[in-house]
Design a protein around this ligand. Sequence first.
Ligand SMILES: C[S@@+](CC[C@H](N)C(=O)[O-])C[C@H]1O[C@@H](n2cnc3c(N)ncnc32)[C@H](O)[C@@H]1O
Length: 236
Amino acid sequence: MAKSQTKSKERVAEHGEVFTAEREVKAMCDLVQNMCEDYSKRFLEPACGDGNFLAEILTRKLDSVKKKYKRSTYDYERFSVFAITSIYGVDIMQDNVMECRNRLFSIWDKEYKAICKKEVNEQTREAVKYILSKNILCGNALTLMCVDENQQDTDTPIIFPEWSVVGGTNLKRRDFRLDVLLKVGEKPQEKKQKSLFDDEDDIYKYLTLNPVTGEYIAKPIKEYPQLPYRRINEND
Ligand SMILES: C[S@@+](CC[C@H](N)C(=O)[O-])C[C@H]1O[C@@H](n2cnc3c(N)ncnc32)[C@H](O)[C@@H]1O
């Protein structure tokens, strides 16, 4: 039976919550199939709901990892984890965020168990849950701030980790503010005149200029030591 596209009339009215049907999701993902097949290409869905698009993208990434690496549990495991690190989402409703994380975990875990069988590693499963808890966040995609359980903005900006693979099995994490990332590529003349009343916590302090292109590049707000992917949650 097709999944319902709404949860309640109130949620449709208050948050525009109408989920995209599977046929449309697949048709839109087909337009970027090359990117969906690449475990390393990053996707961010800014109003992800329970993850209709992210689930399809993850499924396609895992299909491609499976095609290449199914004969080696060692390779399948690490590339499937790297695929998870490339998927990001934000939604204003806490229940959607939890459903999205759980859904992505179930898709990953089902394939992992089917392919790695007796080699399944509990630490790896926990690492994947941990990465999803950092990549799928409850926030307001318009103000770029985290929200509380009543969908009200908090004082915390949305912060995403960038995960980079180092040496084949390690992950390096650098955290960036989403509002800062959205300025990347702008040129300084596009920056508003700074006012005396500007908040001290100005996002421009997290931007620096690329001397070659003259465009802004983002500075991380925090960098972590690299760790083997199975132990990535030890950095917290
Ligand atoms: C039209 S639904 C789409 C959900 C999903 N992208 C899909 O295609 O199935 C819109 C989603 O945006 C969320 N939403 C509404 N306002 C938001 C905001 N300001 N920031 C983040 N998410 C928001 C709702 O909770 C809902 O899950």
